[in-house]
Design a protein around this ligand. Structure first.
Ligand code: NAP
Length: 227
């Protein structure tokens, strides 16, 4: 007599920030078949508000994977930086990712499984003029990643940073003139911008079962720009 066992593999649950457009939308599309991806809109999870973050996790506490993708850029000379710029960019790019990790690790530790990806930037490994605020947060995100890798390794929680280079999102293409785009392309060994899908594929690899030993790392995806 044969007994047939049917095993239902539950999809891993992913919390993705900034999934509405750009790189985040590409990550959503890349993961949606294999994972249960929850990508809250800003009115459900507003990263400028500690209260919104707290309330969100009262209702949705358990995730296996966290992708801190949402981010903003404020490009200003040092004299023009306002107090509210400092507060806003630090909150969205640095403090909110830390709070989300804090809320997610409880369940991950219990399951002795977790994957976290922080989306930093090439301006998190090098910098240029007027990027003081952006670089401060993106270098900081890599710092968080490295410290947490030490702390979370014993729970089988893997955490990495991805640093996209110039990526052809709608916003990037709209904010650059043809001339500026040409200049940038000349500085990239591969001679073109990245597509959002190229960034998303690496995120998928890092959060998938294919990655069982990469943690604490900074993966720069920039067509060779920073080489
Ligand atoms: N594009 C590039 O060339 C590039 C290069 C290097 C690194 N990056 C990094 O990659 C990530 C994604 O960039 P992107 O260009 O794809 O971004 P984007 O197109 O500007 O989209 C930003 C996303 O973040 C969300 N967001 C912004 N403020 C928020 C808030 N207060 N609360 C909740 N969500 C908020 C937006 O939601 P709404 O739709 O509600 O506004 C949107 O989904 C960012 O961390 C960025 O720094 C981008």
């Amino acid at each position: 007599m044969f007994t047939i066992k049917v095993c239902f593999m539950l999809k891993k649950r992913v919390l993705l920030t900034g999934g509405s457009r750009g790189i985040g939308k590409a990550i959503y599309d890349e993961l949606k078949e294999e994972f249960e991806v929850i990508a809250p809109a800003r009115n459900e999870l507003n990263l400028t508000s500690m209260e919104s973050i707290h309330n969100y996790f009262q209702a949705e506490p358990k995730f296996d994977i966290l992708i801190n993708n949402a981010g903003i850029n404020i490009i200003k000379e040092i004299e023009n930086i306002l107090d509210e710029d400092i507060e806003k960019i630090n909150m969205i790019n640095l403090v909110a990712p830390l709070k989300l990790i804090q809320y997610c690790v409880k369940n991950m530790k219990q399951n002795r499984f977790g994957k976290i990806v922080n989306i930093s930037s090439i301006w998190g490994v090098k910098s240029k003029e007027k990027r003081t605020l952006y670089s401060a947060t993106k270098f900081g995100l890599i710092g968080q990643t490295k410290a947490l890798c030490q702390e979370l390794g014993e729970y089988n929680i893997l955490i990495n940073s991805i640093c996209p280079g110039f990526t052809a999102t709608n916003l990037t293409m709209e904010s650059l003139s043809k001339e500026e785009l040409g200049d940038i392309q000349k500085q990239i060994p591969l001679g073109r911008l990245a597509s959002s899908k190229e960034i998303a594929k690496s995120v998928k690899f890092l959060v998938s079962d294919e990655n069982s030993y990469i943690t604490g790392q900074t993966l720069v995806i920039d067509g060779g720009f920073t080489a």
